[in-house]
Design a protein around this ligand. Structure first.
Ligand SMILES: *[C@@H]1O[C@H](CO)[C@@H](O)[C@H](O)[C@H]1NC(C)=O
Ligand SMILES: *[C@@H]1O[C@H](CO)[C@@H](O)[C@H](O)[C@H]1NC(C)=O
Ligand SMILES: *[C@@H]1O[C@H](CO)[C@@H](O)[C@H](O)[C@H]1NC(C)=O
Ligand SMILES: *[C@@H]1O[C@H](CO)[C@@H](O)[C@H](O)[C@H]1NC(C)=O
Length: 780
């Protein structure tokens, strides 16, 4: 989303149009504050009726013009029915944000808890934590609404596109490159955000009651969207060529889970095309896949101006009316922007759409507003109506932000146990780097104003009195460095901590990177400082996307490397706690850290699988054939952990049930179509794998246990390995735990064929945790 906030010339004329257009809708201020305040004699106000009936009644009372007016993200009031204006666009990626149009943090509530950027929270591999973050954000969002500072409760988060290419400027917003992790993140965050009220049949559904929505989440960007602006190629015109196999086992799983298990009430279709078709105009994607096959029952919004580009930038539609007809018939409901509001009338006149097409969209839109409890009079009477301003920035939420930052931080290198430092042994500390002393830089994009402003430098100054600071580079781009100043500081102190990496000048929406190495003079500054320092230095990398820091990995004068993502408002404290051993790091990389040579691969190549014939190396830990700088799932601890498989299945064999007549997909094959096996029989095949994990000390700590599977071959596009399950456990030093993973062979051991179908191979499969493997045989 970038309309208005950003500057692209493509849309400038449009913004003027927006203003003109909105003025033409006689928005009145003399309206009751809430729908159905009084009188209560409309059927759409009758909470005893079903949501379908209530929405149907409301739609039946609207004129065609009123209907059309509701099809943009700024939906004007309908004063004669007491329906106030509604703004669909709000953001809450890692905290309630004032990016978007629906929320104002400008009076009673001026800030909100700023959790770590998603890529760092993902590194905790802790779904319970993700759920609690979602819950805290949803609560704060409701509080802002209740305080009268919001005109909407629809939040366009989470961003769950798979982080396919390390250069992507928005990779930081996502839970990383693994589809299973992204799926789990989506489900946890959405359930938390929506108030766990995903029960569509439950009592009070739609009334903002126990089963209504606390706020509404939105799975974006549907689908195969992960290129913003690279090498002059822009997301608005990019046509992602995606194979059926990659679509099925990489790009779609997070969305499927977000809908089916998260019960998300929103989906956003993306800017890009997929195999020629703009996603917002794709009936197969929006209606057949999401609604029919996955059972989605929320609203579908276009990314901002994603309808206009179908005509303007892509030329896919011949006229604006055709663009409007494509999206409404495909199943999109509301346009971020004004394009559909402007052209739906002429589209009807030209018989390209019918009023029925508009009614279909309105049914979804007003259902959401009713599920949010916005047609029940004063929301004070609802379950979520009493969440007060004091529930924003609570100590609990701020502690949770700190916990998330701690749990996410990844220790990448720790030669000779340089870390943790002991406070009593550090008399003087030198802090160097452009990311050490600026709160904005540690928040990440889509952040709102945080509850608290404290930089990593300020925290370190509270740890060590004799802490001195020089920036080293004027900016993160670091076109020139003040090396001599930095070297002088480094040679005069006991320890040096450098805060380097990226910021929004290097990676953000509409800005992908060209390189994977650190910008400008950063590398030479780091090397010079390390050389001059009395002891090996500590390098803290503040960045969302991965950087190639091979030089630092190999330099013995760089003793420790810490990846801190964009750690949010409590990030400075979390980093200090890790460095000084008050927290034992347990985060694991949610993305592959590729070498710079990966940039030879065009970012536009969507293929996940390697192609040895052309030297294409493949993408992510599942398929990349090169040697990463740091691999997916990598992360050190101050303790040593060990694993063992304690028990698996019935002595490692799982028998398919011949009496349900399972047949191999072909005569020459020993693979079985999971659809033909059937969900009931698949359930019967479930088995558990129990992994013993032990903390050998010396410190207590949280430890994510990642269970992978691999096949005996990588032919036919099988991944080298695939994360299937994970759990985060807290273990005191010297203590162990048994972690049980329940596996459904059809789901966790199956693979995707070239045509996108899922099959289960007979024979050997290997469960992998750490260095340990366990063979499981599927027997017919
Ligand atoms: C907050 O911002 C909104 C939108 O710009 C505006 O309508 C409102 O008057 C502002 N409130 C205050 C107290 O400034
Ligand atoms: C949904 O609500 C209904 C009615 O209250 C209840 O019977 C059902 O168990 C609930 N389902 C879930 C998944 O909570
Ligand atoms: C902090 O960083 C932001 C974003 O890069 C920048 O706009 C701002 O000027 C910086 N503040 C200071 C005090 O350097
Ligand atoms: C195999 O399937 C049949 C028919 O559904 C069922 O009656 C039987 O219990 C199953 N056997 C096993 C071992 O699961």
């Amino acid at each position: 989303m970038s309309l208005l906030k950003e500057k692209h010339s493509l849309f400038l004329p449009l913004i003027l149009n927006v203003l003109y257009f909105l003025a033409s809708f006689s928005v009145q201020s003399a309206q009751p504050p809430f729908s159905c305040d009084s009188p209560q004699n409309y059927n759409f106000c009758n909470t005893k009726l079903s949501i379908e009936q209530r929405v149907g009644d409301l739609i039946s009372k609207l004129t065609l013009d009123e209907k059309i007016s509701q099809l943009g993200d700024i939906a004007p009031a309908i004063p004669r029915l007491g329906v106030p204006a509604y703004k669909w666009w709000s953001e809450s990626l890692h905290g309630v944000s004032n990016v978007g149009r629906g929320i104002y943090l400008n009076s009673t509530i001026r800030s909100a808890t700023s959790f770590p950027q998603v890529i760092l929270s993902a590194a905790s591999f802790n779904p319970g934590l993700w759920y609690r973050i979602g819950q805290a954000i949803g609560t704060e969002a409701r509080a802002v609404y209740n305080a009268g500072q919001a005109e909407g409760l629809t939040f366009w988060s989470p961003n769950i596109n798979v982080f396919r290419d390390p250069r992507w400027g928005r990779g930081q917003e996502t839970p990383g490159e693994d589809p299973a992790t992204a799926s789990k993140y989506a489900v946890s965050y959405v359930r938390g955000l929506q108030g766990d009220s995903f029960n569509k049949t439950g009592a009070g559904a739609g009334a903002g009651g126990p089963s209504g929505l606390m706020v509404s989440a939105c799975c974006k960007h549907f689908t195969a969207y992960d290129l913003d602006k690279w090498n002059k190629i822009e997301r608005y015109t990019f046509d992602a060529k995606v194979t059926a196999q990659d679509l099925e086992d990489t790009y779609q799983p997070p969305f499927k889970s977000c809908v089916q298990e998260g019960h998300a009430s929103g989906i956003m279709c993306s800017y890009n095309r997929v195999n020629g078709v703009p996603t917002c105009a794709d009936y197969n994607l929006l209606s057949k896949t999401a609604r029919s096959s996955w059972g989605f029952y929320g609203y579908i919004v276009s990314d901002c101006d994603a309808v206009s580009i179908i005509y303007d930038a892509q030329g896919y539609a011949k006229t604006p009316e055709d663009a409007v007809a494509y999206v409404l018939k495909a199943g999109m409901d509301v346009n971020c922007g004004t394009y559909v509001q402007r052209y739906a009338g002429s589209a009807i006149q030209q018989k390209k759409i019918t009023e029925g097409d508009i009614n279909r969209a309105l049914q979804n839109l007003f259902s959401i507003r009713m599920r949010l409890g916005l047609f029940n009079g004063n929301p004070k009477n609802l379950v979520y109506g009493n969440i007060a301003p004091k529930e924003v920035c609570t100590q609990d939420h701020q502690n949770l932000a700190l916990e998330a930052a701690r749990e996410g931080i990844v220790l990448l290198k720790n030669s000779n146990n340089l870390l943790p430092l002991s406070k009593s042994k550090v008399a003087s500390l030198g802090v160097i780097g452009p990311n050490a002393n600026n709160v904005t830089k540690i928040l990440g994009n889509y952040a709102g104003p945080p509850c608290k402003h404290i930089t990593p430098l300020q925290v370190l100054q509270s740890y060590v009195k004799g802490t001195k600071y020089v920036p080293g580079c004027d900016s993160v781009a670091c076109p020139s460095s003040s090396t001599s100043q930095a070297v002088q500081l480094a040679s005069s102190v006991d320890y040096v901590i450098m805060f380097m990496g990226l910021d929004e000048t290097q990676e953000k929406e509409e800005l992908d990177r060209e390189n994977l190495v650190l910008p400008g003079m950063q590398e030479s500054l780091i090397t010079s400082v390390a050389k001059a320092a009395k002891k090996p230095i500590i390098l803290v990398l503040v960045c969302g996307g991965p950087v190639d820091v091979t030089f630092a990995k190999l330099d013995s004068k760089i003793g420790a490397i810490v990846w801190a993502g964009y750690p949010g408002e409590a990030g400075g404290s979390a980093i200090a706690e890790v460095i000084f051993g008050e927290h034992n790091p347990g985060g694991r990389l949610p993305v592959t850290w590729y070498p710079q040579e990966f940039t030879k691969v065009p970012m536009t190549d969507m293929r996940m699988r390697a192609d040895p014939a052309t030297g294409y190396p493949g993408r992510t830990y599942r398929f990349y054939t090169g040697t990463p700088v740091f691999k997916f799932g990598y992360g050190l601890s101050y303790s040593k952990f060990s694993y063992e498989f304690l028990s698996v299945a019935a002595e490692g064999s799982v028998y398919l049930n011949k009496s349900v007549n399972v047949q191999a997909v072909s005569k020459t094959s020993t693979s079985y179509d999971t659809v033909k096996i059937g969900s009931k029989a698949c359930k019967n095949l479930k088995f558990s794998a129990v992994v013993g994990v032990k903390n050998h000390g010396p410190m207590a700590g949280r430890h994510p246990v990642l269970l992978f599977k691999r096949s005996s071959s990588v032919s036919q596009g099988r991944p080298k390995e695939q994360l299937v399950r994970f759990k985060s456990v807290y273990l005191d030093a010297g203590k162990g735990a048994n972690v049980e993973f329940v596996l459904n062979p059809c789901k966790h051991l199956s693979r995707t064929e070239v045509d996108g179908s899922k099959v289960l191979d007979e024979g050997s499969h290997f469960l992998v945790v750490g260095e340990k493997e366990y063979e499981v045989k599927i027997m017919a």
